[in-house]
Design a binder for this molecule. Structure first.
Ligand code: ZN
Length: 364
């Protein structure tokens, strides 16, 4: 029997390095092209040496192939996403493609599974939409056609949602100890994995809420529990394992990335609105979206400056305060100006808009 400590030690070892690869060292002829070799794969045609003539085992393998094989199987990848998510993501994006089921495919499969389970349990999707005062053509589109399309294609909705984190996470974690200078394409795959994990936990949470009678009722409660508790904890573990900052260093960066991602989304929505207005030639609405875009960009700039300021660690002595505060102060002044402009033209300003979003997200 292993002691608990030893079990934990083995678990940690598995988390960091779960895979071992061996050479076959058997002399064999390839079943496909006949070339002789001692490798795991045929050096001439690339067929796996383990594939012998068709047997009952091949039937089993052929069926299981739907879910991937070996270390690349879907169940094993999901298992890894539960117990070593950050390590798995780092393995994959640092070039170890053989450790995971193809991530985008996995996202689509998980979305199909979630829709299936929700259908069986009779739960509808009630995601929250940004509900802004007033209603114009752009908002009508966002809450109408676009919203309908998104709720029917949750894999792309999840991907689009988490894609908003690609640039903020790159910005916040680009000097991380374990993964310095990660690129934006790598950031894309990070978010695909996080999206898969999100759907996986959503499934588990929904099933738990459905099975425990006192908790069941509506899918809304499960969704609320998911966003409030599971998602933050999940991201905290992911990013700690993936980037190697400590608990606090990871936590403040996640909180900052949420703010940045929301700000980025808001800027994008306004740029989209502006493009729409230019397209249909609606000048007055276009002007509102132009002011909104500038105002929200100013808010994004202020948030970025705050992050840079925290990153510079000014509380650690010898800092030239006037120099380090100059740019943040210019950003704040710009935001004050754009806020005043919004007030002048009767447009909701970015600060109160952000506070409202926070309230709808974090207050019941
Ligand atoms: Zn061959």
């Amino acid at each position: 029997m292993f002691s608990l400590q030893e079990k934990y030690h083995r678990f940690r070892q598995w988390q960091r390095q779960p895979f071992e690869y061996h050479d076959s060292h058997d002399h064999h002829g390839c079943c496909n092209c006949g070339a002789e070799s001692e490798n795991n794969y045929c050096p001439r045609c690339g067929q796996k040496a383990a594939y012998g003539p068709i047997t009952w085992h091949s039937v089993w393998q052929g069926i299981m192939d739907v879910w991937g094989v070996g270390t690349r199987s879907l169940p094993y990848t999901l298992w890894q996403l539960l117990w070593r998510p950050g390590y798995l993501i780092r393995d994959y994006i640092s070039g170890k493609r053989q450790v995971s089921f193809p991530p985008v495919k996995m996202l689509v499969v998980m979305a199909v599974l979630v829709v299936l389970v929700y259908g069986l349990l009779g739960i509808g999707f009630e995601a929250e939409v940004e509900n802004e005062s007033g209603n114009n053509a752009v908002q009508g589109f966002l809450m109408g056609d676009f919203y309908d399309w998104m709720s029917n294609h949750i894999e792309w909705a999840v991907l689009a949602g988490f894609s908003m984190f690609i640039v903020p996470v790159w910005f916040l974690f680009r000097t991380a100890p374990r993964l310095p200078r990660h690129t934006l394409p790598q950031g894309f795959f990070i978010q695909v994995f996080v999206g898969v994990q999100f759907l996986l936990y959503m499934l588990i949470v929904t099933l738990v809420f459905d099975l425990i009678p006192s908790l069941s009722g509506s899918g809304d409660e499960a969704a609320g529990f998911m966003v409030m508790l599971v998602l933050p904890l999940m991201l905290w573990c992911d990013y700690k394992q993936l980037f190697g900052y400590g608990w606090w260093g990871t936590l403040w960066r996640i909180v900052a990335s949420v703010f940045l991602a929301i700000a980025v989304t808001k800027v994008l929505v306004r740029v989209g609105g502006l493009c729409y207005c230019l397209f249909v030639g609606d000048r007055s609405l276009g002007f509102n979206y132009l002011v909104g875009t500038v105002d929200h960009s100013a808010l994004l700039w202020v948030l970025l400056e705050v992050v840079l300021l925290i990153n510079a660690k000014p509380w650690r002595g010898n800092i030239a305060w006037p120099r380090i505060l100059l740019r943040p102060l210019i950003a704040v002044a710009t935001l004050l100006l754009t806020t005043a402009a919004c007030g002048q033209f009767g447009i909701e300003n970015s600060v109160s808009n952000m506070i409202k979003s926070m309230q709808t997200m974090f207050l019941p």
